[in-house]
Design a protein around this ligand. Structure first.
Ligand SMILES: NC(=O)c1ccc[n+]([C@@H]2O[C@H](COP(=O)([O-])OP(=O)(O)OC[C@H]3O[C@@H](n4cnc5c(N)ncnc54)[C@H](OP(=O)(O)O)[C@@H]3O)[C@@H](O)[C@H]2O)c1
Length: 341
């Protein structure tokens, strides 16, 4: 009930222009929905550049034209390809960002926004259930790849490393995680259980059509907590990169209409959800929030309690176990990935 109240009655704000001005902001899944509107807001607030990470370049180029014409900004939108259902594509994208910074560009904010609410079973070319790979494994891979790039950029542009404007890695989670059953949590290998078709069918039966999507978004909160833990700190103990996550709240994007989501959910979405223009303000808020948000999850632009499925003492072990499993998978993709600083 309080979630509904917050959704309907919170007046969302954009960050001040001073928090965005001149910065380079990378947003995945930015050809449409919340990502595109966050990019538009960022340019309106004076961002130096926005990097749109998109899986289809033609859609990204259309978004660029749309954003440039509505903001009057030209030559500030970069459109780069990334498909989160392919580790090779994520690696190539991360390499491009790294080179951009090595060549003198800056990277101040990385928003891991791309994701989808798959209601059907399908396996990627890398052998993982699609949404598990895109929403979780690739999101973790890209986050770990970009963490050192954010640090390098902050060293090069010292103004961006002062306490109030240090770099941000922001992961777009959800509030749907609060309702998960997550029966796979007790499995010997949680990732293997999540990648088992028979178990998926049973879980969807138990938890409903959105169970898998909700589990992937729960795991995004876990990833945020773990990456925040490994972020290096300054002499005062403050993180050099602020890592946080958020829910934009229920928004009128294509997230559900493009999938075989239950009709009731689509009707509720049409009736009460935020516009993407409004909801995307939460992405920029988190991506400019202070050190007090490090490792935490935000709702309605404030640090919030993510619920017992995250905070219960029994879940600490589950979180640590799944993080270890995620890192093991990612080490197979890139043996040099850094998980310590
Ligand atoms: N809308 C909500 O109510 C809501 C609530 C809570 C959290 N969220 C989260 O907000 C984020 C943005 O969602 P949205 O509502 O804006 O949905 P959306 O309009 O469907 O946008 C999703 C974006 O992610 C991209 N994407 C999907 N799969 C991808 C892949 N494999 N590789 C690269 N990009 C991929 C899509 O690209 P294509 O257009 O090419 O498919 C699109 O740009 C998601 O992480 C979602 O879980 C949304």
């Amino acid at each position: 009930m309080s979630a509904l109240y917050g959704l309907l009655f919170t007046k969302l704000k954009l960050p001040p222009a001073s928090a965005i001005h001149g910065k380079t902001i990378l947003i995945t899944g930015a050809n449409t929905g919340l990502g595109r509107e966050a990019a538009r807001h960022a340019l309106s607030l004076g961002a130096g550049a926005v990097i749109l990470g998109v899986r289809t370049l033609t859609k990204g180029e259309q978004a660029k034209i749309d954003i440039e014409s509505s903001t009057g900004c030209s030559n500030k939108v970069l459109v780069w390809p990334i498909d989160l259902e392919s580790f090779a594509s994520v690696q190539a994208f991360a390499g491009k960002v790294s080179k951009y910074v090595d060549d003198g560009g800056r990277l101040d904010i990385a928003i891991m926004n791309a994701g989808f609410a798959s209601m059907e079973w399908a396996i990627t070319g890398d052998g993982w259930e699609r949404s598990l790979q895109a929403n979780v494994l690739s999101t973790a891979l890209l986050s770990l790849e970009l963490l050192p790039v954010l640090l390098r950029s902050a060293e090069r542009f010292p103004s961006s490393s002062s306490a109030s404007t240090r770099p941000h890695l922001t992961i777009v989670a959800s509030d749907i995680h609060r309702g998960v059953k997550f029966s796979e949590r007790s499995a010997g290998s949680i990732l293997s259980a999540l990648n088992d078709h028979e178990r998926w069918k049973a879980s969807q039966g138990l938890g409903g059509a959105t169970e898998r999507y909700a589990v992937t978004k729960l795991l995004d909160i876990f990833i945020t907590m773990e990456i925040a833990r490994l972020a290096p700190r300054d002499e005062r103990g403050d993180p050099l990169v602020i890592v946080n996550s958020l829910t934009p709240g229920f928004c009128k994007s294509d997230l559900l209409t493009r999938e075989k989501a239950p009709l009731l959910l689509k009707v509720v979405q049409a009736a009460i959800a935020r516009t993407v223009e409004e909801g995307s303000k939460t992405l920029l808020h988190a991506a400019t929030a202070g050190v007090e948000t490090h490792g935490l999850w935000m709702e309605n632009q404030a640090v919030a309690d993510p619920g017992s499925i995250v905070t219960d003492s029994a879940m600490v072990g589950v979180r640590e176990k799944i993080w270890k499993e995620v890192v093991d998978v990612l080490r197979e993709v890139n043996s040099e990935i850094r998980t310590e600083y």
